[in-house]
Design a protein around this ligand. Structure first.
Ligand code: HMG
Ligand code: MG
Length: 284
């Protein structure tokens, strides 16, 4: 088995976690959570999403959260689904953006109201603009293993979006098990093939934990050489356009597993415990 010395965890709870809450979480509470997360030693936090407030009302405070994150001196990512979002991010001095395209046609249309091909054309224009502004670009590929609308997703569907992202010079690609239905075998095989086909690309594993297999999937992805994973404090979250999906794998569980295995994350478990305890109270 392959055990890297170090793994980077990217905290996505304030975005992927809170976007799925049934009611809007007050901006002040989000800010307390982000501050607590910043004390843990996690290097990057996804703190905002410039999406349409009617589509995802929970993220309506994106500009405020971006300004707050800047004020705290954080290294933070914001989601930008289209050109309008990118311009809003630039206006708010964001330096790291994340675009997202589905490997599943039906999901992409439900999520961002575009066909995959339309999304890719828009992405090319966004990447050019983002590069002018010297932004760090993350590309998310969603539903990389299976889809609640289409069932099994073929490798070629994932590869098409990944190749486009790579050709347009994204800085990293997060491979999403958006509905949390993947298993360690397909995860290992898919990441192995991706890393063989795109040896220069930085891949990140993004596992939702619907079936309780996310930790096993992380271990499987690690065996294929993946050393960066998205995780969510308290296991918060899901995607409003992925019915039945639960939260991302909990940061606490991943940190605990990795530390027991002697793999460094740079994250302080005691501070993480405080952030986790806050999550239990923030919806009261
Ligand atoms: P649309 O309605 O198709 O946009 O929404 P449009 O271009 O047709 O414009 C319609 C109106 O919306 C216009 O306003 C625009 O200005 C406005 P009007 O002229 O009618 O007054 N508009 C916007 N307003 C605010 N922010 C914007 C924006 N864009 C246009 N960015 C859009 C397209 C993508 C915006 C919409 O469908 C949307 O916001 N979808 C939300 C998708 C989302 O947030 N999904 C969850 C995140 S993805 C995820 O969770 C997966 C991930 O975690 C990885 C994984 O797990 O796989 C990342
Ligand atoms: Mg997600």
């Amino acid at each position: 088995m392959y055990f890297p010395k170090q793994i980077e965890l990217i905290e996505v709870g304030p975005r992927d976690g809170l976007q799925n809450e049934p009611t809007f979480v007050a901006t002040e509470k989000k800010q307390i959570l982000v501050k607590l997360l910043a004390t843990t030693g996690v290097k990057r936090i996804e703190t905002a999403s410039f999406v349409h407030p009617k589509a995802v009302p929970q993220m309506a405070d994106a500009a405020e959260m971006a300004r707050f994150s800047l004020g705290q001196g954080l290294s933070f990512l914001t989601l930008t689904p289209n050109q309008k979002a990118l311009e809003l991010a630039i206006q708010n001095n964001v330096t790291q953006i994340a675009v997202f395209v589905g490997a599943s046609e039906t999901f992409n249309q439900k999520n961002i109201r575009r066909t995959i091909d339309e999304s890719l054309v828009e992405c090319a224009e966004m990447f050019a603009r983002a590069k002018e502004e010297k932004l760090f670009i993350r590309g998310y590929v969603s539903m990389c293993f299976s889809c609640p609308y289409e069932g099994a997703i073929a490798y070629e569907q994932v590869e098409k979006v990944v190749r486009y992202f790579v050709q347009h010079g994204v800085d990293e690609i997060s491979i999403g098990d958006t509905n949390g239905q993947a298993n360690p075998k397909i995860v290992y095989e898919r990441f192995k093939k991706l890393t063989e086909d795109f040896p220069q690309t930085v891949f990140v594993g993004h596992f939702h934990d619907t079936n309780g297999l996310a930790l096993a999937n992380i271990l499987a992805a690690m065996q294929a050489g993946i050393e960066k994973f998205d995780t969510s404090i308290g296991g918060l979250g899901g995607c409003p356009f992925s019915p039945g999906a639960t939260g991302n794998v909990a940061t606490e569980k991943v940190v605990s597993m990795l530390h027991q295995m002697g793999i460094e994350t740079g994250i302080d478990e005691q501070c993480l415990g405080q952030a986790s305890a806050y999550v239990q109270t923030m919806f009261l």
